[in-house]
Design a protein around this ligand. Structure first.
Ligand code: ZN
Length: 205
C-alpha cells in the first residue's frame, strides 16, 4: 500500500517535472535554434511532449496506469503537435518561412474552439451518460490549452470573437502548464461525480 502511494507521488513529480523542464528547454531551442526549421521542429516537439505529459499526469492523478492507457497519451501528443498545421493551411504553402510569418493567427490557435468542443462533448455526456465524451472533451482541452498557453507567452490567448489577452508572463505560463493537468483532473472528476450512475465507469479514462 505504502509502495503504491510512493509510486504515485514519484510519477506525479516525474510528469510535473517533464512539463516544466521540456517547456523550458523548448524555449531555449526557440531562442538559440540556428535555423527556422530547427526552431519549428524543436517548438513542435515541445508542444507534443507537454501535451502527452499533461494527459499522462491526469491518468496518474486518477490512479490509472499510464501504460494501459498509453493510446490516449499518444493521441494528446499528436493533437498538441497537429495544431500547428494551421500555419501551413493559412499560408497556403509548405514553406516554413511563409508558415511562420503570418499576418494573422491561424484558426486552430483560437482558444474558443477547444472550449466550444469541450462544451459540446459535455452536452453529449449529459444526454448519453457515456463517460467517453468527458474523456474526449478533456483530452481536447489538455492538448489545445497546453499548446495555446505556451504560445500565449509570446502572443497572448485569442478568444474569438471577444479578442485577445496580453502575452502571458514567462513564469505564469510555466505555472499554468504545470497546474493544467491538476485542474482538468478536478474538473473531470467533478463532471463525472455529478452523475452517480457513471462513477464506476470513470475507468474509461
Ligand atoms: Zn502554435
Amino acid at each position: 500500500m505504502m509502495l503504491i502511494i510512493k509510486q504515485g507521488l514519484l510519477l506525479r513529480l516525474f510528469f510535473t517535472s517533464v512539463i516544466a523542464f521540456v517547456s523550458f528547454l523548448g524555449d531555449l531551442g526557440l531562442h538559440y535554434g540556428k535555423t527556422e526549421i530547427i526552431r519549428a521542429i524543436s517548438d513542435n516537439l515541445t508542444h507534443a511532449i507537454v501535451g502527452g505529459a499533461t494527459w499522462a499526469l491526469i491518468l496518474v492523478l486518477f490512479k490509472k496506469s499510464v501504460i494501459e492507457n498509453i493510446e490516449n497519451v499518444i493521441i494528446c501528443f499528436f493533437m498538441s503537435s497537429f495544431i500547428d498545421i494551421d500555419h501551413f493551411i493559412a499560408a497556403s504553402s509548405w514553406d516554413i518561412n511563409d508558415a511562420t510569418h503570418l499576418r494573422h493567427r491561424p484558426f486552430l490557435h483560437c482558444t474558443t474552439i477547444p472550449i466550444f468542443l469541450w462544451g459540446l462533448m459535455s452536452f453529449l455526456y449529459k444526454i448519453t451518460h457515456a463517460s467517453k465524451w468527458i474523456t474526449y472533451g478533456t483530452m481536447i482541452l489538455a492538448s489545445f490549452l497546453s499548446h495555446h498557453v505556451r504560445d500565449g507567452n509570446r502572443r497572448g490567448l485569442w478568444f474569438w470573437p471577444f479578442g485577445s489577452t496580453q502575452p502571458i508572463p514567462y513564469y505564469l505560463y510555466i505555472a499554468i502548464c504545470i497546474l493544467l493537468p491538476y485542474t482538468l483532473q478536478l474538473l473531470m472528476s467533478w463532471q463525472l461525480s455529478k452523475d452517480n450512475d457513471t462513477i464506476s465507469s470513470i475507468n474509461v479514462v
